[in-house]
Design a protein around this ligand. Structure first.
Ligand code: CTP
Length: 403
């Protein structure tokens, strides 16, 4: 997601400096070009060679080093950066940056850079909570610099409290959120449903399906990264809520129905990726059902169709997108769902296609609208989500033109 982007990573002198190595690996996996600038104190904790080996680029420590790659290095690096992140950022760096001091390579590039800048403070709790540090952080935030809040826990000095640098995956999410995609969903509100529903039989057992929630979570994440405000109504999954997304946890199809109908009126787009139970036990036993001789049967009743109920209250400008998972007659069945449920688009995927379906990280989706059919082919669920959103945005602008 960061192909062609240049990230300048500033590392200052704290014990969390070693964690920056993991961040470089994570950034490289996203195909970013990473340049590291260290302060002299950071080089006491970890060597520049470690960063050079990981990043594949020279690590700069001192302003006056001899081996110049650029004519005026601090200016060219500042210009080349699509994003600058300081992780870890010591109280000393924060104080200097807040006051525009540029007395080494890192503070100089930081001052010269016009790209988005992130700062991840990491220090002892007392230093972090000190009013001087807090005032400096506020000042940086006022300048438009994003402060990544430190975690709480056991610190290297033995104290317990706030001041730990978040793990590299959290830092990466902040970076992706800032620059991965153009913000073409700014100002839009989106509702995504994901995961399976669970229909209780008794206090111990339930009926469910194989949905992992991955497709819906990928959609929620992409919408957020493209600038939308996202509400994710999720059945039980093992996935973490995507960064910056409001997750509403539900269990049964009735819970999902209630949550969706509560949020639907306020959103611009709805993506219904959840695998909702069509039937639920007629009665839920209060106590665990004991086994008996012979067969047993459980009487099921129909659940309410959430999409159909949403369609009844929809605004004409809303884009509503459903999903169809089929094992036969994929296109025909999906087209009929598109009509029956009054959808703008249906994302059809067959459980029989290799690379599609539950649990896996890829999908093979065909986007069907009233007058279009696009086969996306095998893509990661993240890329599939991106393409689904592209089409939904196109449908939305079509509606706005007509209105
Ligand atoms: N859906 C829903 N409410 C339900 C069942 C399904 O909103 N009670 C939504 C799903 O989230 C999905 C779409 O409807 O976006 C299609 O789901 P699917 O189970 O494939 O469709 P059904 O209408 O249940 O059709 P069938 O059982 O005939 O396959």
């Amino acid at each position: 997601m960061l192909k062609g982007k240049t990230i300048v990573l500033g590392v200052t002198g704290g014990i969390a400096a070693y964690k920056a190595v993991y961040l470089i690996s994570a950034l490289k996996k996203q195909n970013a070009n990473v340049h590291v600038i260290m302060t002299e104190h950071a080089a006491e904790f970890i060597t520049p060679l470690t960063f050079e080996t990981r990043s594949g680029n020279r690590c700069i420590v001192d302003m006056f080093e001899k081996h110049f790659e650029y004519d005026v290095k601090h200016i060219s690096l500042a210009k080349a950066a699509d994003l600058m992140i300081i992780a870890p950022a010591t109280a000393n760096f924060i104080a200097k940056a807040a006051n525009g001091i540029a007395d080494d390579m890192l503070t100089t590039v930081f001052l010269a850079a016009k790209c988005p800048k992130l700062v991840a403070p990491a220090m002892n709790t007392a230093m972090y909570e000190n009013p001087a540090t807090q005032a400096n952080l506020e000042r940086l935030a006022d300048y438009g610099i994003k402060i990544i809040e430190p975690d709480s826990g056991l610190l290297a000095c033995g104290d317990e409290g706030k001041g730990k640098m978040p793990e590299h995956d959290v830092l990466l999410e902040h970076i992706l959120d800032t620059i991965a995609f153009k913000k073409d969903m700014n100002g839009l509100k989106v509702l995504v449903t994901a995961g399976p529903t669970q229909e209780a039989i008794d206090p111990v057992r339930y009926i469910t399906n194989h949905s992992s929630g991955k497709m819906g979570y990928a959609l929620a994440r992409v919408c957020r990264m493209r600038g939308a405000e996202v509400i994710l109504v999720s059945g039980r999954t093992s996935l973490d809520a995507p960064f910056g997304v409001k997750r509403v946890d539900v269990v049964s199809s009735q819970d999902m129905h209630d949550a969706v109908l509560e949020y639907a009126p306020s959103v611009d787009m709805i993506f219904k990726a959840a695998a909702v139970a069509d039937y639920t036990p007629l009665e839920v036993a209060d106590h665990k059902i004991k086994k008996q001789d012979g067969d047993m049967s459980i009487l099921l009743k129909r659940t309410s169709d959430i999409l159909a109920d949403v369609a009844k209250i929809r605004r004409p400008d809303q884009v509503i997108c459903g999903f169809a998972m089929e094992t036969e007659n994929l296109i025909e069945n999906s087209r009929s769902k598109l009509k029956r449920k009054s959808l703008d688009m249906i994302c059809a995927n067959s459980l029989r296609t290799e690379g599609a379906g539950f649990q896996v990280d890829t999908n093979v989706v065909t986007l069907i609208t009233a007058d279009d059919m696009i086969e996306l082919g095998i893509l990661s669920k993240a890329e599939t989500a991106y393409r689904i959103v592209d089409k939904a945005l196109e449908l939305r602008s079509g509606k706005l033109v007509k209105a």
